[in-house]
Design a protein around this ligand. Sequence first.
Ligand code: NAD
Length: 429
Amino acid sequence: MKKMKAALVGAGNRGCVYADYCFDEPNELEIVAVVEPNEIRREEAKKRYGLPETACFENLDGFLREKIVCDFVINATMDEQHYETAKAIMEAGYDMLLEKPITANKDELLDLQRIAKERNLKVNVCHVLRYTPYYKRIKEIINSGKIGKILTIEMNEHVGIAHFLDSFVRGKWNSEARCGSSFLLQKSCHDMDLLCWLNNETTPARVFSFGKRAWFIKENAPEGATEYCHDCPHNATCLYSAQKVHLELDAMPFQTWMEMGKPIDEITKEEKAEWLKTSHYGLCAYNSGGDIVDRQTVNVEFANGSTCVFTMVGGICRAGRYLHVCGTKGEIEGNIEDEKFVLRIFDRSEGKFDYDEEVIDVSNEIRDTTDYGGHGGGDYAIMYELVRYLNGDNSSISITGIDDSINGHLVVYAADKSRKTGVVYNIGD
Ligand SMILES: NC(=O)c1ccc[n+]([C@@H]2O[C@H](COP(=O)([O-])OP(=O)(O)OC[C@H]3O[C@@H](n4cnc5c(N)ncnc54)[C@H](O)[C@@H]3O)[C@@H](O)[C@H]2O)c1
């Protein structure tokens, strides 16, 4: 197998997760260039991947002008930069691993699909959950026909309290206007992708959604709550205290302290405490200026009549993704956090009228080499499968081109429109 050379565009949290595969499997991947406007991050990436100055670029134009030779580009810029950067990278003829969401806009989505097709490029979207042993095994069972024809799919995503506060209440995805993504697009586009991928014998036809931000709003703040948590009288008891979640527990350091203008491991606790007094990460959770929904449901009807109900909620006790697929011959039920699921199959053999139940445990198959998260092994597995795919191995059921990521995004766009208008949308419209 040929060792792949990749350029990293956007050396932030996610970009480094993918690029770090070169340390896990040094015979399979080498990072040969980095494009990163933030000087601290560019310097860190330069050191981390042992790059010469001539391979480090402040912007994409500089990189493209140099015509750097590599097998693919990892595009891990923020949501609102995906379209412009992806277009430029593809027009320069590079294959690409592109972070999700592809873009927030249907015209842009279809434009990127067109460019990939016209130029015959391999463009793979970072739907990392597809690559987890958990969902991959579920997909294999569905494809095998064991549970028959899919009748319904129930799914939910419960976002844990620290994650929700750090990303969607106070953090960089708390406002649709600022980050360019709704909650469904930023976070649950994984779920809409899984839904369309697991049920890709058919296509989504009609979509309806409810949802709003109705808990993390100023009307719900306890009496006497202050603008920032550091001097709030409710600090000791409030579930959402920034002093507790961000400073004391430091639940997501790679995000919380990113804007402090210093390498994170050099920032002292005193500096963090001082910064929280004026930063959006120190604001009262009920009055943090965000508008991203804190609950949403999505109903999808597929062309063959199968249906899906999806629920997302943020800020709850136990994070996880639950799934229940009911088919004509059996069903699959589980939560990815358990690293196992149950398969039930009807049994009419020898006069019986019963079902068999089998627990399928995938915990031994998960490889997680990241410091935080790892997405049930998906962060490692996507790179493992990608380098093989780029080497000509087409055996993965998880890897598909950009075409297979379109439907999930169309469901997201339709659901968000429906949430805002109260109208049922036809995907074809
Ligand atoms: N696949 C997943 O499960 C998953 C999980 C979290 C986030 N994401 C997505 O990953 C993407 C990156 O998120 P992140 O948390 O790593 O963000 P980040 O802010 O840590 O990293 C983005 C980096 O891109 C750089 N950048 C900005 N403009 C650029 C440009 N024109 N060219 C090159 N670099 C540029 C920024 O300076 C920053 O360092 C987002 O789209 C996010 O939605 C995906």
